[in-house]
Design a protein. Structure first.
Length: 761
């Protein structure tokens, strides 16, 4: 039997455990992310977490200690505590208390009053099926002990109300000047002095509900399970299942998102008149047991408090359940699972591949506009979900693989078939392996917006037009900009970012003049190296005024931070152009692509791919060779940077080349060496593939261009495979012909457009 003297927390054990976990966090594949507001951990008293995996029971204490230095109490199953057992002593040193400890609730309430944090798992055990709503929509969970569904534990609410009652008693004693009672409470709690007691009493007690979401959930063989089977020479099915799931969480690149919700304050669940009478009821409190309700009230005030506390406890419990489950980090697997079950409910036995992908994409876009939903980063970054419509999405492929492995779904040609196991009821300890799709659907069920997003997607698919899809995909481009700017706006990026003078709007633009496009032609504008969409905006306005739909793309790595460009290759720039082309093609039957400088090279590469609907291409000041001779050293410096980074000797020898841009409000001042290397690779690719361009083409070049060797234009013109092509020279010593409309560049582009919109036979 554990006694109170055994419950002393050891700061040294806490510290070396924290150091060990920090090392393990770096070595293991689980990616722990704690989402919380500033000061939320410091202000919280009781922290509640849902329970899905065994190892997560010590993660919250570790994170709280890492952020605040606070030592935590937590409740652990009594089966882990045996007299003289080293592991038991270790758990006790970390602040764990067995759930059969006789004074469990009063003791935890006292710990809160002493300034300790308390961690509670109100589900009382692992909820492997993630089913927390019953058929009536009320919170309940399956109990392995009683083998039936039950309500969540109220222990956290009882503790919080007891703490609030004691604090009210202390404040009442302070108001009455009852020094003896204040001294008595100081002794009972083991605090240093009355000043410390009053400091605690003046703090509002808060319960912080939190949610732990794992993504993805896998059930494949892993090293942890194989090792256990080897050393234990056989494991029972329940342990085997847990090793299978948790081994994958720890060893297979799994995101563990921990979100702290809105604090629940017990005093908010008492009416004003109840709080007033509480002051009278608590005057007779002689111990925390009285506040917890373990000692029945002897007078009317005490009995009244017992009754009101019981009722308030249930209201508080319901509030923190809502807070805990509304913190689910919604991911693509949730939406896929809900979609499958919604289709099953409609009597469908399968779904067309293209339709399923579109439904998921529409659901994602619906959910992005929902208030209060916590989206997994993969649903906020278009780079990870943007390929859904084409089936080119890692999250989708992972989910399909997991569902197929569990024999829940099978692809046959252009159809996903729903297999019988999807409808079958699984045992509690088998469902994570046999039906992870149901687990995902159960986990998402408390988030009403997820079901609403799936319903809306199913409703919209019937009359969903190409123009609607174009607007959604353009919204992805705007979200991509927001994501990239935030990603490269951290402290380690600020020294370089602060040195950048660019102030021009970074957003891509889509302008749709009223009425039909002349000749059904739209224009895709592609900006140059280190610039942004603003570089093409003046031309876009001129073309829009002439009635042409215009889309100005943003190349990946541009209009954000030089650090962003440092991470990109020329293929990612070309992918940006392809995405813009697909968007515009949803709006018009034919497209002319106009690119400037490096954007001209990318436009020519796109034209070499012969996309459907391409009407022509214009390349302005597109380089095959640059004037700056110092750039000949770029491959050497880039190679040295790569080697140093590969061997862990730092980021590189020289990461950026400082330039003096012609338009400093648009272009980066610092050009990444890696990006310059990629530009060289791009020019080499264009030189090789421009012969494959067969659409009508126009090449425009300044004769005294200070950046691009003017002969580049002649090289491009000569190599073009187009039967209809033209080369226009502009007398200029500037590189930026498009932005400043040098030498009638805008008029030349417009003439080319008119020719393609109204071709002469």
């Amino acid at each position: 039997m554990v006694e109170e003297r055994d419950l002393e927390i050891s700061p040294s054990v806490y510290q070396w455990t924290g150091r060990t976990l920090s090392v393990l966090e770096r070595l293991l594949k689980v990616n722990i992310k704690l989402h919380h507001e500033q000061g939320q951990i410091e202000a919280g008293d009781i922290f509640l977490f849902n329970h899905f995996a065994r190892f997560e029971t010590f993660i919250p204490q570790y994170l709280i200690h890492r952020h605040t230095g606070a030592l935590c109490r937590s409740v652990a199953a009594a089966e882990f505590f045996h007299e003289g057992d080293p592991f038991s002593r270790y758990l006790l040193s970390l602040g764990a208390v067995p759930n059969d400890y006789p004074r469990l609730l009063p003791f935890l309430a006292e710990e809160v009053l002493r300034g300790r944090k308390v961690v509670v798992f109100p589900e009382g055990g692992m909820v492997k099926d993630r089913r927390v709503l019953d058929r009536a929509g009320h919170y309940s969970i399956y109990s392995r002990t009683s083998m039936e569904r039950r309500k969540h534990h109220t222990g956290a609410a009882v503790i919080a109300l007891a703490v609030a009652a004691v604090k009210r008693a202390v404040l009442d004693a302070e108001g009455r000047g009852d020094a003896n009672l204040l001294e008595a409470w100081t002794r009972r709690l083991g605090l240093d002095d009355v000043v410390a007691l009053l400091a605690v009493a003046h703090r509002i007690t808060t319960i912080v509900p939190a949610n732990i979401t794992f993504y993805p959930i896998r059930a494949s063989e892993n090293l942890l399970k194989r090792g256990a089977e080897l050393f234990l020479r056989g494991t029972d099915p329940r342990l085997s299942e847990e090793l299978l799931i948790e081994g994958n969480i720890l060893l297979s690149h799994t995101d563990m998102d921990i979100r702290l919700g809105e604090p629940v304050r017990p005093v908010d669940y008492l009416a004003r008149w109840e709080r007033h009478l509480l002051g009278r009821a608590v005057r007779r409190l002689a111990s925390v047991e009285d506040a917890v309700g373990e000692v029945p009230g002897e007078d009317w005030a005490g009995r009244w408090w017992d009754r009101r506390a019981r009722r308030a406890t249930l209201r508080i419990r319901d509030a923190y359940m809502i807070g805990m489950y509304s913190g689910v980090t919604v991911n693509l697997s949730h939406l896929a699972a809900l979609t499958v079950y919604r289709l099953l409910e409609a009597g469908e036995t399968g779904v067309a591949v293209e339709r399923f992908h579109r439904l998921l994409y529409l659901a994602v876009k619906e959910l992005q506009g929902a208030e209060g939903v916590k989206l997994h980063r993969s649903l906020r970054n278009p780079e990870t979900y943007g390929g859904l419509l084409e089936g080119d999405c890692a999250g989708l492929c992972e989910w399909l693989s997991i569902a197929a492995q569990a024999e829940l779904l099978r692809r046959e040609g252009e159809l996903y078939l729903f297999l019988p196991a999807l409808r079958r009821e699984q045992e509690f300890d088998e469902i994570r392996i046999e039906n992870p799709v149901a687990v995902y659907a159960n986990e998402a069920a408390p988030i009403a917006a997820t079901g609403a997003a799936v319903t809306e997607a199913l409703g919209r698919e019937v009359d969903f037009a190409d123009a609607d899809l174009a607007r959604l995909r353009f919204d992805d481009e705007l979200r991509s900009l927001t994501w990239d700017r935030a990603r490269y706006d951290r402290e380690e990026h600020q020294e370089v970012n602060r040195d950048e003078p660019a102030t021009a709007p970074p957003e891509p633009f889509l302008w749709l003049p009223p009425g039909a496009a002349p000749g059904g032609v739209g224009v895709l504008l592609v900006h140059g190296f280190t610039a942004g969409p603003a570089e093409m905006a003046p031309l876009g306005e001129a073309l829009g005024d002439a009635g042409y739909p215009v889309l100005g793309v943003r190349l990946k790595g541009h209009a954000t931070s030089p650090w962003d460009l440092l991470e990109r290759d020329w293929q990612s720039w070309l992918a940006s152009v392809r995405r813009g082309y697909r968007i515009l093609r949803l709006l018009v039957p034919r497209v002319v692509v106009v690119g400037f400088s490096g954007g001209g090279d990318l436009s020519l590469l796109l034209a070499a791919e012969h996309p459907e609907g391409l009407a022509g291409v214009v390349a302005v000041a597109a380089p095959l060779k640059l004037r700056d001779r110092a750039l000949s050293l770029v491959p050497l410096v880039h190679g040295a940077n790569w080697v140093l980074d590969a061997v862990g000797a730092g980021k590189g020898l020289k990461l950026f080349h400082v330039s003096v841009p012609e338009n400093p409000h648009i272009n980066y001042r610092r050009m990444p060496i890696r990006a310059l290397y990629e530009l060289g690779q791009l020019m080499a690719e264009v030189k090789k593939r421009v012969v494959e361009v067969t659409c009508p083409a126009l090449v425009i070049q300044g004769d005294e261009d200070p950046t691009v060797v003017p002969d580049s234009a002649e090289g491009l013109y000569a190599r073009l495979g187009s039967e209809v092509k033209d080369l226009m020279w502009v007398h200029s010593d500037r590189h930026g012909l498009v932005y400043r409309d040098v030498g009638g560049t805008h008029a030349a582009v417009l003439r080319f457009l008119v020719a393609q919109a109204h071709p002469v036979d």
